[in-house]
Design a protein around this ligand. Structure first.
Ligand code: AMP
Length: 224
């Protein structure tokens, strides 16, 4: 399976991508995560990416495409692209790269939801600085405010989840990424998933859209 996951910030792409990738044994290639790691490790790529990320803008296409192509080479058994492509130039670059390998995309899953739901989710999004566990303090407050239920570490907000940056990221999504829905629909690859529900509900819908409902035998606990 070679899958692209599309959707606005706050649609739950990262969460669903992790679950889908684990279920289907796919590599999870998340451009946002790769950039954040480079920023944290203060690499040359991280220095370039940071200035764009802090504003909510897209990192330049040449840098991004090169990073993704390297990732694809390490994923011969299939992959789930999360956060890429983000604009038409990236979609076309991906298409021509895959043409040369003779392994085109299998499906494009679009996780879509009303903007106000996405904004609310992002506002509550936090991660434990110590154990990296993700939380949504708006939807499910922790026992002690700003503190990880699992390890007691401090919860932190992603710098680009600040309100004004989120506004820009949504604008970038509408202008640059949304047109990809048509692009992939014309190629017969698009499968739209309602992403406004709970994590489990969205996972069920996304699994169905890929033709593997969660009720499948492989997902049930083994009989003992
Ligand atoms: P994400 O974690 O997917 O929301 O991405 C966080 C930030 O990383 C974005 O706002 C962009 O600045 C950058 N980024 C992630 N994916 C891409 C991409 N495909 N093209 C350009 N920039 C990206």
């Amino acid at each position: 399976m070679r899958i692209v996951l599309l959707g606005p910030p706050g649609a739950g792409k990262g969460t669903q991508a992790k679950r889908l990738a684990a279920r289907h044994g796919l590599a999870h290639i998340a451009t946002g995560d790769l950039f954040r790691r480079n920023v944290q490790e203060e690499t040359e790529l991280g220095t370039i990416a940071r200035s764009y990320m802090d504003r909510g803008d897209l990192v330049p296409d040449d840098v991004t495409v090169a990073m993704v192509v390297r990732g694809l080479e390490l994923a011969p058994r299939g992959y789930l692209l999360d956060g890429f492509p983000r604009n038409m130039a990236q979609a076309e670059a991906l298409e021509s790269e895959l043409e040369t390998t003779g392994r085109p995309l299998t499906a494009v899953l679009a996780l879509l939801l009303p903007e106000e739901v996405a904004v609310k989710r992002i506002a509550g999004r936090r991660t434990c600085r110590s154990c990296q566990r993700p939380y949504n303090v708006e939807l499910e407050p922790t026992a002690v405010p700003d503190t990880c239920d699992a390890c007691g570490g401090p919860l932190v907000q992603r710098a680009d989840d600040a309100v004004d940056v989120v506004r820009r990221r949504l604008e970038v999504y509408r202008e640059s990424t949304e047109p990809l829905l048509d692009f992939y629909d014309r190629r017969g690859l698009l499968r739209v998933v309602d992403a406004a529900g709970t994590e489990d509900q969205v996972f069920e819908l996304a699994s169905r859209a890929l033709g593997h409902p969660v009720g499948d035998a492989e997902e049930r606990p083994a009989l003992r």
